[in-house]
Design a protein around this ligand. Structure first.
Ligand code: ATP
Length: 270
């Protein structure tokens, strides 16, 4: 039986058009993941090897998972989603077995993209391997590295990993032939925020005076996820007030609420 923690989507339905403000990242992923999956012959002819693995790094909620799903969709590839913190198992040998099963599945379902979220949970550098738990995590990482080393760059399996903590990753993961392409996914700038507001408000019933530029200007520090939450919250405010249209005021109130939530969370982190 395959692991519960592995989610397999034959073809995700997210498209590049639904992602705001990450044009450069999309361009790069198309070149290093989509193109080699779709046209490996181009690379064979020219005689170069595309990366086997790409590491997406940046703060939470910035669209890393979305990007990986969109690349799978636009490459016609099966999307195999695993969360590395769930590999860190209680039983000896379990983590390594899961890694093996994931890659068996990836080969069976190829062309495929294995997306490993929170890779830092198994890929953090360790100075000591004191406890049995730490040794078990280390064995899981070794298994992952050997799986990656075991297939060829132009086999139709690609690995995309994501982390918020690139600073703590074991350099072994970043060696050539492994995750040797790093793509930063930062918080959106004003232009990006405007684009993300546009993406979500265009699906909503809104008053004409809603101005995405103003909304973008007042949401410095918001991630894409924060912007989406603000739009959903504004919808709730309208419903609560028995209206079927969202107003600019609803948007402002919602942004204020999300802003407050963010500063509370920050306080907790500190
Ligand atoms: P985490 O590190 O917390 O796993 P992530 O970077 O993988 O976060 P996603 O899961 O892709 O972030 O984003 C969460 C949600 O926020 C998405 O489902 C989407 O609705 C929204 N979102 C985030 N970034 C964007 C973006 N750039 N454009 C449009 N929507 C976005």
């Amino acid at each position: 039986p395959y692991v519960k923690s592995m989610e397999i989507i034959d073809r995700p339905n997210i498209t590049y058009a639904e992602i705001g403000g990450l044009e450069e990242q999309i361009r790069e992923l198309r070149e290093v993941v989509e193109l080699p999956l779709k046209k490996p012959e181009l690379f064979r002819e020219i005689g170069i090897e595309p990366p086997k693995g790409v590491l997406l790094f940046g703060p939470p909620g910035t669209g890393k998972t979305m990007l990986a799903k969109a690349v799978a969709n636009e490459s016609n590839a099966t999307f195999i989603h695993v969360v590395a913190s769930e590999f860190a198992q209680k039983f000896v040998g379990e983590g390594a077995r899961i890694v093996k099963e994931v890659f068996e599945m990836a080969k069976k379902k190829a062309p495929s993209i294995v997306f490993i979220d929170e890779i830092d949970a198994i890929g953090a550098k360790r100075i000591e391997l004191g406890t049995s738990g730490e040794r078990e995590i280390q064995r899981t990482l070794m298994q992952l590295l050997s799986e990656i080393d075991g297939f060829k760059a132009l086999d139709n399996v690609k690995i995309i990993a994501a982390t918020n903590r690139i600073d703590i990753l074991d350099p072994a993961l970043l060696r050539p032939g492994r995750f040797d392409r790093l793509v930063e996914v930062p918080l959106p700038n004003t232009e990006g925020r405007k684009e993300i507001f546009r993406i979500y408000t265009q699906k909503m019933k809104i008053e004409e005076n809603i101005n995405n530029e103003i909304l973008a200007n007042m949401t410095e520090g918001f991630s894409g996820a924060d912007i989406k939450n603000s739009c959903v919250e504004a919808g709730y405010i309208a419903i609560r007030n028995d209206r079927n249209v969202v107003t600019m005021n609803d948007m402002l109130e919602a942004i204020d609420k999300i802003q407050k939530k963010k500063s509370i969370n920050k306080g907790i982190e500190r």
